[in-house]
Design a protein around this ligand. Structure first.
Ligand code: FAD
Length: 348
């Protein structure tokens, strides 16, 4: 959430939705369950939901919400978040601004461009550097927000600058060096407590010229590695925990004997211990409770406090639950893992 609902004015979703439609020409809907817009497939409805198709609509809608102190959440591909079962109070803006262009060795993409598309578009243009994007089922905006990375590369290694909408509502092209890019961290993740977060409108990557066939071979390697090592056929949000310094969160979870542990529909993946998969219509509460269970077991077993990589967003005011669900230890029958990769569906 980019603004604190507690300090924002209450708003009439029906009236605000009509005003958005009238003034900005952007359709809104109410009480839409958000799980289908996330890769974990959990989460209740937003008070108000809108999809923007270009940077102009994104900018206009964010400025509209800020001017009325309506709490708002930018949703990319929903691949790094767990939305509360109670949903999201305020306005959820799903970013589908998907324009892109190349200029010499520069590639510029609007915030909603899927990273996998950025990887294949630049491959076809004979530009190398964004191959790791194939491993990231998120958007360019979400990837910059997280400094996403994989296969020994990350956003920090190739980002030249980002066009940012700042808290005051003005826009600037900010050099990558000023964005505080560190291991899965950027200044975008740390908005001021009393004001709106900065938003990525578009990002420019500085790449290097290479043979498209060589880049394609690299993409094939990445695709095969992911299929072999990640539970891609089931809903998840990728790695649940950050790797502690010099350690692997997955190794610690595996060594604690947690693979296959289940709460409701959420299971510690038998294939990759740092993934929680949702194999039986699980809820956001199942996922969060299982994550917290992993934290407490790993702390007791290894003396290491695992920090969540995924973000819990929306209305978690009723957390923790008064009656936690039962924890099922690993069973002899691990969940079947289909091969098709779950992706957040485009808005209809
Ligand atoms: C199977 C799987 C594998 C994964 N593997 C990796 C991996 O190898 N490496 C890795 O780093 N990550 C990985 N992830 C996590 C995830 O894909 C990345 O963190 C991705 O960058 C998130 O982008 P998103 O668009 O889905 O963001 P969302 O989940 O939609 O949003 C995440 C946060 O970013 C904010 N945000 C979104 N768009 C913007 C914007 N335009 N401006 C400002 N803030 C914005 C949102 O408000 C939210 O707070 C994986 C996830 C899955 C499901």
């Amino acid at each position: 959430m980019t603004m604190d609902p507690a300090t924002s004015a209450p708003f009439d979703a029906l009236a605000v939705g009509s005003e958005i439609q009238r003034r900005l020409g952007v359709k809104t809907s109410r009480d839409d369950p958000l799980g289908r817009f996330t890769t974990m497939r959990v989460g209740g409805p937003a008070d108000l939901f809108a999809t923007v198709r270009n940077a102009f609509e994104l900018r206009a809608l964010v400025r509209f919400a800020r001017a009325r102190t309506i709490p708002h959440l930018i949703l990319g591909r929903g691949s790094d978040i767990v939305i509360s079962d109670a949903g999201v109070r305020g306005l959820v803006i799903q970013c589908r601004a998907e324009g892109s262009r190349t200029d010499g060795e520069r590639y510029t993409a609007e915030a909603g461009v899927p990273m996998a598309r950025a990887a294949t578009e630049t491959q076809r243009a004979g530009l190398s550097g964004l191959e790791f994007g194939l491993a990231i089922p998120g958007s360019v905006g979400g990837a910059v927000w997280a400094n996403a990375g994989a296969h020994e590369s990350d956003v920090a290694g190739v980002l030249e600058s980002a066009r940012i909408l700042d808290a005051a509502g003005s826009e600037a092209v900010v050099p990558a060096a000023a964005l505080g890019l560190a291991y899965r961290d950027t200044r975008l993740k740390h908005p001021p407590a009393d004001g709106p977060a900065e938003l990525v409108l578009e990002a420019t990557f500085r790449l290097t010229t290479a043979d498209p066939e060589v880049i394609k071979a690299r993409l094939d390697d990445i695709r095969h590695w992911r299929q072999a090592h990640q539970p891609l056929g089931l809903p998840s949000a990728g790695s649940v925990f950050r790797n502690p310094p010099g350690e692997s969160a997955g190794r610690l979870i595996d060594a604690a004997g947690l693979k296959g542990t289940r709460i409701g529909g959420a299971v510690v993946s038998p294939k990759h211990a740092n993934f929680i998969v949702n194999d039986q219509r699980g809820t956001a509460a199942d996922v969060r409770q299982l994550g917290e269970h992993i934290q407490s077991v790993v702390a007791a077993r290894h003396g290491v406090d695992l920090e969540f990589e995924i973000a819990f967003v929306g209305d978690w005011s009723a957390w923790p639950p008064s009656e936690p669900a039962a924890i099922q230890p690993p069973s002899a029958d691990p969940p079947a893992e289909p091969t098709a990769e779950p992706t957040a569906e485009p808005a209809t």
